[in-house]
Design a protein around this ligand. Sequence first.
Ligand SMILES: [Ca+2]
Length: 200
Amino acid sequence: MGLATSMLANQASAGLITISGTAILDPVRSDGATPLPGGMLSFVAVDTLGDGFRTTLSDGATIAVNSFLDGSDDYIVATNPTDSVFGQSLVPGAAALDNGAHGIGIGDAIGIYFFEDVPLASEGGMVTLSEGSGYGFQTDPTWEVFSSGSKNFQRPAGDQFLQASSSAVSFKVAGGANVPEPSSLVLAGMVVLCACRRKR
Ligand SMILES: [Ca+2]
């Protein structure tokens, strides 16, 4: 009985989560063909209210770890530079977060953004967006906050997060128009290329 009580207590407690690995393999720029260069901004966010991710980013928005994304409920838990190793591009999914902090809870969705022309010198760096910066967004039903411990991204998913390919990513530009909600992206199952004109 003592053991069972202890196990229940462990399940109920908040915990530190560590995620790692390649979240998106072979990402491309918004032209749909050119490999994403290394050293560009990417970040990991958590949808704390379960209402979807903010996919319309303002020019002038500040991207910083441990802050809410552009006035939304989506909490930025990590910034990472994109990588390019021997000609193969990748978007890392590295992050550390606490499921009991900042409104983050078990089951909250995790999303990853990456930019094609906004440099990020080092992990954890901060960037202010300028208008017209192209970026991609990706989430997946397997990308959700769990109780504690670590997971990485791999294909096939197994007990880990599913690693996405660039064909599942949608693109847009800061200060531009909406991309479809993640749920409709899953249904569409296709790349959405958006050559958005600025709205006044
Ligand atoms: Ca949200």
